[in-house]
Design a protein around this ligand. Structure first.
Ligand code: DAH
Length: 347
């Protein structure tokens, strides 16, 4: 191997040893740069005779070309390696199944609420919504509950560590009945001073809270309040409306209703409403679905209305219970455990 072959070999080895394009450029400078070894060789030509210059010059030029070829090859190899590394880093497995977007669905209790709203809506009832943190007056006093009523006790009602204007603890509403008061007062105020007032016809579905927990009670549960007040609204209307509701809700025209005398401070007389299916696993069994009654004159007065002129009925039912009956669910807690295996069955 002559000196020029050795130079090509040395350059090739240097280029091969350069791991990055930047280091390859440094290696190039050592051979082809201004002070590089090829340039040094060319400078050496000055001392030669014209004849020698010609042959040596041609040889050096060839050497230079071989080094440049080695450089180009190494550049290409490095670029390819870089591209390959990048492709590996950004690799996509196009055979992987796509990520599925979970399709949401309505909770069975929400479906039940919507159903209740649709049926009462078709009978001319408005749908109202109100606060879950209530004043003592709204939850109890306005609804004719005596001071010492057991519902007010800490064992039954959750209290919030905050006092209202009357110096009483706020509560997590234990029923939706305060919505009767809120809605009726707003309605009465709107028509105050006018000769006539359109009837109040409203339902108020929502969350309610009680210190209670077992297979049929949850500390958070749902209620739907109903109120119909006018100058000539009677228990008969309640019976018609509620029978119609139950038959539509359960899609059963031969479902039976029974009003069983009961007591609520805010109604007089009061009744529990029981239903019985004409067929199916619960056939003939009386099931309690709501409390109801004619609104007590004291409550009508708290609406801001004259009980001598306005009369009507109210009812309160449990949508959770209705959902259990409609779907055949035997444990209320299943609705609130958020187990998708359970919830998916309703969508
Ligand atoms: N608020 C009652 C409860 O939670 C249910 C109820 C009964 C509501 C009779 C009413 C009613 O409006 O008239 O148990």
């Amino acid at each position: 191997m002559n000196d020029l072959d050795q130079l090509v070999a040395a350059a090739s080895a240097d280029f091969a040893a350069a791991p990055t394009p930047a280091e390859l450029e440094n290696a190039k400078a050592r051979f082809l740069g201004k002070a590089g070894r090829v340039t040094e060789l060319l400078k050496g030509l000055a001392a030669l005779s014209p004849e020698q210059k010609k042959t040596r010059g041609a040889e050096i030029n060839q050497t230079k070309q071989r080094i440049e070829a080695a450089l180009t090859a190494r550049r290409a190899a490095l670029a390819e390696a870089e591209l390959e590394a990048q492709l590996r880093a950004e690799a996509l497995d196009v055979t992987l199944p796509g990520r599925q977007r979970g399709v949401g669905g309505l909770h069975p209790v929400s479906r039940t609420m919507e159903r209740i709203e649709a049926i009462f809506g078709s009978m001319g009832f408005d749908v109202a919504d109100g606060p879950e943190i209530e004043t003592d007056w709204m939850s109890f006093t306005a609804l004719n509950n005596p001071e010492n009523h057991p519902a007010r006790s800490m064992q039954d009602t959750f209290y919030v560590d905050m006092k209202d204007e009357g110096g009483r603890w706020y509560n997590l509403r234990p029923h939706t009945s305060p919505m009767q008061v809120r809605y009726a007062r707003a309605h009465a105020a709107k028509y105050a001073g006018m000769d006539t007032m359109p009837e109040i016809r409203v339902i108020a579905p929502g969350r309610t809270y009680r210190v209670d927990s077992d297979a049929t009670h949850s500390p958070m549960f749902h209620q739907c309040e109903g109120l119909w007040i006018g100058e000539n609204v009677s228990f008969k209307d309640l019976k018609v409306v509620f029978t119609e509701f139950c038959r539509k809700f359960f899609e059963s025209e031969d479902l039976q209703l029974r009003f069983r005398p009961s007591f609520f401070p805010f109604t007089e007389p009061s009744a529990e409403i029981d239903i019985a299916f004409a067929s199916g696993p619960l056939k003939g069994k009386w099931l309690e679905v709501a409390g109801s009654g004619q609104v007590h004159p004291n409550v009508v007065r708290n609406f801001g209305l004259d009980p001598e002129r306005y009369i009507g009925f109210a009812f309160g039912m449990g949508p959770d219970r209705l959902a259990m009956l409609r779907y055949g669910v035997n444990d209320l807690r299943l609705f609130f455990e958020n187990d998708l295996r359970f919830l998916r069955q309703f969508n």
